[in-house]
Structures are given as structure tokens and as C-alpha cells.
Design a protein around this ligand. Structure first.
Ligand code: KG4
Ligand code: ZN
Length: 372
């Protein structure tokens, strides 16, 4: 079964074709991140407009790459298409749509204006091309990126989803059958990376730039707090972010009233590197401590770490050293937002007997939760 995935929840316009939930036939991502860098974060109106411009060319390219040989025509917004696999060679007259069995689209959570572009496009295509339609929870789909790897995760599966909007622990008893164990009570860990980057004057998105700066720093040089929320599986990262701000002010010889936007100018490169490395270590240890406690308690058959922050090499190394069973990570390119994970989850919904959504009615839900 071949599923076309569509993802537009934040600043990436993405489309992908996945066969049987695990074989990636194409994966196209057009990011508007460069347009947001000047503002230090995603501007919802710019993201929505960019989706509108990119969505049809991105879908077109995903279909072409999946079913036609030598189809590498470039499109706007520098799409990342390195993962594409041209496994099907059809005659020039074949319509790639004939090969598609279903469409899966992110319906939430995310930015409303962005979600609407993907959902309305998918609804229209489902009607005109007569395809089954599945609305997908973006956070749940992050976990399904791990099913696109060679080694298939077994159940029960403990998943840590760490992204710009979410930090949560979920236990999957089986496919699609999960319970939320804990989540962040304030900032997501990716959000903390982004905010710390801003304090240090590093470019958005903060995750990769903090990780890069941390390479030159001493991870044990600055003592930072790890939030403890009793015996729960919940997280908190806003205190850690504030602690970085206070240490940065102190290292710059200023008091707590010194404005954060002036810090990048007064901190030295080595102070920034030490703060980045110490923050990264503390954030990673907090996540790994939580995973160790949850695996000790629940004895899962497999552990998956997914979402944008799962691209972090320091976190991967620490988790692989300390967590048993050794975590499975999606390919780095499938950690950040993509449509392959949406298509993969769509396949499991379709084959598990989940009723398809009504293409005349499927609604975007910016606050869609995992509890629902
Ligand atoms: O999953 P994602 O692409 O979007 C959301 O669903 O939120 O995650 C984006 C987040 C951003 O906060 C970004 O800073 C973080 O993932 N991120 C990283 C790394 N790459 C991306 N955080 C730490 N280390 C990285 N290498
Ligand atoms: Zn995401």
C-alpha cells in the first residue's frame, strides 16, 4: 500500500510517499526557516504564505520522485530530497496518482494557518483523485519515523518525543494504542534550545547552533539545575533556560536586570561555548534520567527517541550509553518535521481498520492532544 503524506504544521512544507509504512519512495521538504531567521523564531503569517506557495510543487515533486526515474527538477525553497528513492519506473504517460492508495495529512497540533493549507489541499486531492484520507496527529507521527528504519521497534514501545513544541513520554502497547505517561509542564526542550540560542546570540533554529557552539565548550564548567517533579514522568525546562540567563549575566559581570538581548555582545566566545555545552549536557541528562526511570519501571521491549531534538548527537550518545534497551532513533533527516512519518502512520491507520476521515469535513486542530 502506498500512502502520500502531507505535513504543514509549522515552517516545513513536506510531502512524501511511503510504501507499506516502512519503505521510503520519496521525501521532499521545503523549509521557510531562512525567512524566519531574521525574527529569531517562526512568524505564523510568513509560514502560512510560504506553505501556500510551496505545497503543490512539493507534492508534485514527491510523486515524481517516487514513481519516475531521473526526476530531479529543482523547485523553490531548496527542498531536501536526499532521501528519495526512485524505485518505480513507469512510462511517461503513467499518472503517479494511479499508484497512490491513500493520503495522510497532519491535522494538528501546530499553527492554524499552516495546518489549514495542508488539510485543505489534502481534502481537495482526496475528493478529486478519489483517495482515502487520514488526519494525523503530528506528535504521534514523530514516533512512526522510527518505523522507517531497518530495525523495527517492538511493543511495548516507550517513546520520548522531543521537539520544538513538545516533550513527552508515551507508552505504546501496540500500534496506535498508547497512553501518555508525562509531558512538559512549561517549555518544550527544543524551545529551551531555541531560547538559550537567543540568549547567546546564536542563529535560529537554536538546536543545531547550540550543539555546534557546544563543541568548543566544557560541558561541566557551568552548574545548572535539573528540574525534579517528584515521581511523575513530567518535565520542566523553563527553570533551566532562566538559570542559563542568570549564569550568562553573572559571567558577563552584570546583575539580573541586565537585558538579555545585550548579552551576546558582552560574552566572550569561550563563555558562550561553555554555557552552550553545559546547557546541552543538563538538558540531555534530564531527558536520559527520565528515560532510565521509565524503562526501569515499565520494562519496554523497545525505546524510541524522536522529534527534532533527537537529532542531537550528545543526547543520542548519552542515551545509547545509559538506556536499556538501546534506543532506536529515526534517520537524522526524519527527526525534524517531514511527511514520511505522516505517511507511515497513515499506513498503520489504514491497515488497522481505522475509519478514513470524511474529505468534506476533516478539520485542522491546532491544539490536538495525544490524550484524545
Ligand atoms: O520536530 P521539529 O522539527 O518541530 C516541532 O515539531 O517542533 O523540532 C524542532 C526543534 C527546534 O526547537 C530545534 O531547535 C530542535 O528541534 N533541534 C535540535 C537539533 N536539531 C533541531 N535540538 C537540539 N539539537 C539538534 N541537533
Ligand atoms: Zn515536529
Amino acid at each position: 500500500m502506498k500512502v502520500l503524506g502531507i505535513e504543514t504544521s509549522c515552517d516545513e512544507t513536506a510531502a512524501a510517499v511511503v510504501e507499506d509504512g516502512r519503505r521510503l519512495l520519496s521525501n521532499v521538504v521545503a523549509s521557510s526557516v531562512d525567512l524566519h531567521t531574521a525574527y529569531g523564531g517562526v512568524v505564523p503569517e510568513i509560514a502560512a504564505r510560504s506553505h501556500l506557495e510551496s505545497i503543490l510543487p512539493v507534492i508534485d515533486k514527491a510523486l515524481k520522485n517516487a514513481f519516475e526515474a531521473n526526476s530531479s527538477k529543482p523547485i523553490a525553497n531548496s527542498p531536501d530530497n536526499k532521501l528519495s528513492a526512485n524505485s518505480y519506473q513507469l512510462t511517461a504517460r503513467s499518472d503517479p496518482w494511479d499508484q497512490i492508495d491513500a493520503i495522510a495529512v497532519t491535522r494538528g497540533p501546530g499553527l492554524l494557518g499552516s495546518l489549514l493549507i495542508g488539510v485543505l489541499t489534502a481534502r481537495t486531492l482526496a475528493i478529486t483523485k478519489k483517495k482515502l484520507l487520514y488526519g494525523i496527529n503530528h506528535v504521534e507521527a514523530h514516533v512512526y519515523a522510527a518505523f522507517l528504519e531497518e530495525k523495527q521497534p517492538g511493543f511495548p514501545l516507550l517513546a520520548l518525543v522531543v521537539s520544538g513544541g513538545h516533550t513527552l513520554l508515551v507508552l505504546f502497547k501496540n500500534n496506535l494504542d498508547y497512553s501518555l505517561l508525562g509531558e512538559t509542564k512549561d517549555d518544550a526542550v527544543g524551545e529551551a534550545f531555541d531560547k538559550v540560542a537567543k540568549i547567546l546570540g546564536l542563529p535560529y533554529p537554536g538546536g543545531p547552533s547550540v550543539a555546534e557552539a557546544a563543541k568548543n565548550g566544557d560541558p561541566t564548567s557551568v552548574k545548572l539545575p535539573k528540574a525534579k517533579l517528584g515521581s511523575s514522568h513530567d518535565f520542566s525546562f523553563s527553570g533551566l533556560k532562566t538559570a542559563v540567563l542568570r549564569k550568562a549575566q553573572k559571567m558577563a559581570g552584570k546583575d539580573y536586570t541586565f537585558p538579555s538581548h545585550k548579552l551576546p555582545k558582552v560574552l566572550s566566545a569561550s563563555q558562550k561555548a561553555d554555557l552552550a555545552a553545559s546547557f546541552q549536557r543538563t538538558a540531555a541528562e534530564t531527558l536520559v534520567d527520565a528515560l532510565v526511570a521509565a524503562t526501569d519501571e515499565l520494562k519496554p521491549k523497545s525505546v524510541v527517541i524522536a522529534g527534532g531534538v533527537a537529532a542531537n548527537q550528545y543526547l543520542r550518545k548519552l542515551a545509547s550509553e545509559r538506556v536499556c534497551p538501546t534506543p532506536i532513533y529515526p534517520d537524522i533527516k526524519l527527526c525534524t518535521d517531514n511527511a514520511a512519518m505522516i505517511a507511515a502512520l497513515g499506513y498503520y491507520k489504514a491497515t488497522d481498520g481505522v475509519k478514513p476521515d470524511d474529505p468534506h469535513k476533516l478539520a485542522a486542530d491546532p491544539a490536538l492532544s495525544l490524550k484524545a
